[in-house]
Design a protein around this ligand. Sequence first.
Ligand code: BQF
Length: 292
Amino acid sequence: MVVLDGKETSAKIRAELAEQVKALKAEGGKVPHLAAILVGEDGASRTYVNAKVRDCEEVGFGSTLIKLPAETTQEELLKAINKLNNDEDIDGYIVQLPLPKHIDETAVLMAVDPKKDVDGFHPQNVGRMTLGLPTYIPATPMGIVELLRRYEVPTEGKDCVVIGRSHIVGSPMSILLSQHNYPGNCTVTLCHSRTKNLEEICRKADIIVAALGRPGFVTADMVKEGACVIDVGITRVDDATKKSGFRLLGDVDFDAVAPKCSFITPVPGGVGPMTRAALMMNTMKVTELGQA
Ligand code: BQF
């Protein structure tokens, strides 16, 4: 059994990007500049967005964090987005999700200039991804694909089960793994809350991607001997013994499932760090992807 180490792999990717930034600078090229908009005070979102700014500093990108109060109206947010769309120094930017409930997420994501949409959430970029055209791939599925590639996990002809149909993880993951590519060429089954016989379907899978947000949902009896299991879950639970006051739980019962696996991702230190690295890779691509 091989543990797919997202922490180590993401550090390697950042080091590679830092080298590319150095080369860019030496050639007198423009160094990518990433901006992020954070609305409100949600603790997890703040942590995520601060980590992204730190990643930019590590690889040598420019970064700008725009913090707006929780009461920001949709109109005000759209104005901030418009400003970033027109700011020539900003190559790419993200709107940190989730947004406060009074804001329409779809309207916001549609306002992002597709050329600067490094999260790949704009409908135009979702369409381009679906058609296999050059674009920004949403960070979590892209991070997973990159992890599979770097560990040379076999995917061609494999039966893959994706659990969860979110627009951010499950849906794009199912599309990428079914594409005529490596990693890809899987036969993909997308399971969700209305799926019948989910356990049985999982037991046939060579690759399971668990992205439903229910701690310990995937148990050993659901996993075939030799399967590759990718855990996207990151549920926070209180833990007074931790400095942060919480710990992260994955969607997979790691201790029971791992002995059956060919490959498995841990939580923390698996998919999460790769998500962050994928955002940096997308930001690096901005200058190349002018046509998107
Ligand atoms: C780790 C996210 C839900 C909603 C909005 C490392 C991250 C997480 C875990 C991280 C996530 C989840 C991010 C670990 C970014 C992944 O070591 O296991 C990094 O920073 N993520 C986000 O920006 O918004 C979210 C999940």
